[in-house]
Design a protein around this ligand. Structure first.
Ligand SMILES: Nc1ncnc2c1ncn2[C@@H]1O[C@H](COP(=O)(O)OP(=O)(O)O)[C@@H](O)[C@H]1O
Ligand SMILES: [Mg+2]
Length: 245
């Protein structure tokens, strides 16, 4: 809920750790995230409202363009460089969902969907909604962003303006704008595949054990969309891979 220049959101078990992260980002001068202002009298977290436009669906032409993708990659790079020096509090509780194949190297956003990116002047300006933030790797955070923004998805599940995009060229564009080393680019498809398999299993189990929004997402076809995305990735592997070598 928006209240003046602030946003009020319910506290979650991970909120204290997320607030420590947001305070760190502020301390190191990263301005692409909301500031945390505390907790209100109703026990809700108070964050600054980031003015601009969230890239909600259906996506506008500017949000699917190459400039936006390159701008997003640069924003994610600045975010990673800023979060790398963050030392989480010893009692930090993060949202569960670890799917990485390697030891964490920083606390990532882990949910860089269009809805969680605020544009200003048609350029990606800030990341919001750090609920899913947790220790991860740069590459895993990038793979999640590419899943939504390249996008790595079956065309029938894409937003209308994303249907005819050249995904391979966009993977490369993102990597170039981020400055991702060659050895990391070569792992993007393999890690995307791993992430699909692990997120399918994780979402199914959360739908059963947590119910609520997770169950609704699952009933709404989230699992089938993951399966279709994985099949689309397999079918286009060589063509996509050629852009990452
Ligand atoms: N700090 C913020 N600044 C500006 N807009 C925000 C902020 N927080 C949330 N919003 C708006 O509210 C929408 C949903 O908020 P979000 O925090 O992403 O919640 P959810 O957990 O439901 O995804 C966002 O897509 C954005 O439009
Ligand atoms: Mg959100």
């Amino acid at each position: 809920m928006r209240v003046g220049d602030t946003v009020r959101r319910p506290m979650r078990p991970s909120s204290p750790a997320v607030h420590a992260l947001l305070s760190h980002l502020e301390a190191v001068g990263f301005d692409g995230a909301p500031r945390v202002l505390g907790v209100d009298e109703r026990g809700r977290q108070i964050l600054t409202y980031v003015s601009g436009q969230a890239a909600i669906r259906p996506l506008h032409p500017y949000a699917v363009g190459e400039e936006a993708l390159a701008g997003l990659a640069a924003l994610v790079r600045r975010f990673h460089d800023a979060t790398e020096s963050f030392v989480p509090p010893p009692d930090a509780v993060w949202e569960e969902g670890s799917m990485e194949d390697a030891a964490p190297e920083l606390v990532g956003h882990c949910d860089i969907t269009p809805e969680n990116v605020i544009f200003r002047g048609k350029k990606p300006w800030a990341l919001i909604d750090f609920d899913m933030a947790r220790p991860t790797t740069r590459l895993f955070d990038i793979v999640t962003a590419l899943r939504h923004w390249a996008p790595i998805a079956d065309p029938i599940d894409r937003d209308p303006l994303q249907c005819h995009l050249d995904v391979g060229a966009r993977l490369r564009l993102f990597c170039d704008a981020y400055g991702l080393p060659a050895r990391d680019r070569r792992r993007i498809l393999e890690l995307s595949r791993l992430r699909f398999d692990r997120s399918y299993v994780a979402m199914r189990s959360r739908a059963v054990t947590d119910g609520g929004g997770w169950a609704r997402m699952w009933e709404g076809g989230a699992g089938e969309r993951i399966r279709r995305a994985a099949a689309w990735l397999d079918a286009h592997w060589d063509e996509l891979d050629a852009h990452l070598r």
